[in-house]
Design a protein around this ligand. Structure first.
Ligand code: GLU
Length: 361
């Protein structure tokens, strides 16, 4: 049976809120009791909790002149406090402390912020404090925000080197059709070939959360490819967490992890796709070298064009001669230097292999 040593548990809005938008206190109590029991038995748990917007919406009716983005910011600010006060009470009843971690996608772009956040959560865990993470909706601007908290939970599980990520939603897992359609079956195991099941998944979402099954699955398969077990399970089932961990839960979807584990720098890079500040285009020889079995760094002689404005240390996209993106990496040179030295030899590799992640071919 799989061991659960350090896990991230993502709890969706549809699990935490009732149909009228108010918080489901009984459910939160039940989940916190299970998490506390796990924590006391030696599993390190990080919680990613949605539910702030849903909880705030149940409290405050905004005026007509408030636009939707502002309304969500107000609801999340009001709801986050309610949510956390409930978590605090319930964890205290189990003699445990919990702590609020609010973050944004941008915090994951900057390696220094990333490491500060990682150190902070590590210290909480070392001190038996349960971190409860949510996106800082007050300052997240639309185009830079996480797709949803499923994506955030993937970032956290990866950053914290968890062995498992459990995503709790209001259905049992991934089905071969619409879950309520006759004949649809639960897919219990998804191996590395995610593309084979992707066709089944409807791009719709339900209820209060921002995410849907499609984003859940693409995050899940990405995280599994980094060597982490991902489970999608039904958070409205009593004892779901305890049963899953103890091997008693029957209905859930397991994304089986790839055996090859990524280094922490590569994990960080793999989640930094959207932060690329520019593009370096390489010739076909360089592309072949990068995509070959042998670990190769990107050298300046293989670069044919540079676009965007970036500094040394920034993340850049690496594209082949036809403009197809083949990966991303951390550049050792600024765009200014690279532009001046196209096809010339520079002393260091432009992107060292250790700081490069190539797309799966
Ligand atoms: N951060 C949002 C909240 O707490 C949830 C986003 C999501 O549904 O994934 O309400």
């Amino acid at each position: 049976m799989q061991k659960f040593k350090r896990i991230t548990i993502k709890i969706g809005s549809n699990v935490l809120a009732k149909n009228d938008g108010s918080l489901n206190t009984e459910r939160i109590t039940e989940l916190v009791n299970q998490i506390s029991a796990l924590q006391k038995a030696g599993t390190e748990v990080i919680v990613v909790s949605s539910g702030a917007v849903a909880a705030g919406r149940g409290e405050v009716e905004v005026s007509k002149k408030t636009d939707l983005v502002s309304a969500k910011q107000v609801w999340s600010a009001v709801g986050q406090v309610k949510l956390m006060s409930l978590y605090i009470q319930r964890f205290e009843a189990n003699d445990l402390h919990c702590a609020q971690v609010l973050t944004t996608k941008e915090n994951f772009a900057d390696r220094r912020h990333y490491l500060t956040m990682k150190n902070c959560i590590t210290s909480m865990i070392e001190n038996h404090v349960v971190p409860i993470v949510n996106e800082n909706d007050t300052i997240s601007v639309t185009e830079l925000m996480f797709t949803d908290n499923d994506e955030l939970s993937g970032f956290i599980a990866s950053m914290m080197n968890c062995d498992s990520l459990i995503i709790l939603s209001n259905i049992d897992g991934v089905y071969t059709g619409a879950p309520d359609k006759e004949g649809s079956e639960l897919i219990r195991k998804i191996d590395t070939n995610f593309a084979a099941v992707e066709k089944y998944i409807a791009p719709t979402k339900s209820g209060f959360g921002r995410g849907g099954m499609l984003t859940k699955c693409s995050i899940a398969s990405k995280i599994a490819s980094e060597g982490i077990n991902v489970y999608i399970a039904n958070g409205t089932r009593p004892n779901v967490i305890s049963d899953l961990v103890n091997g008693k839960l029957k209905d859930f979807t397991h994304f089986v992890p790839h055996t090859k584990k990524a280094t922490s720098v590569k994990k960080w890079l793999a989640h930094s796709q959207s932060f690329a500040k520019g593009v370096v285009t390489v010739n076909s020889g360089a592309m072949q070298a990068l995509l070959s079995e042998k670990a190769s760094s990107l050298l300046s002689v293989g670069i044919t064009a540079v676009s965007g404005f970036f500094e040394k240390g920034d993340i850049v996209a690496i594209c082949g001669p036809q403009g197809e993106q083949i990966g991303i990496g951390k550049t050792a040179y600024s765009s200014e230097i690279l532009e001046k030295s196209i096809t010339k030899k520079l002393s260091k590799p432009v992107v060292h292999y250790d700081y490069m992640v190539l797309n799966e071919q």
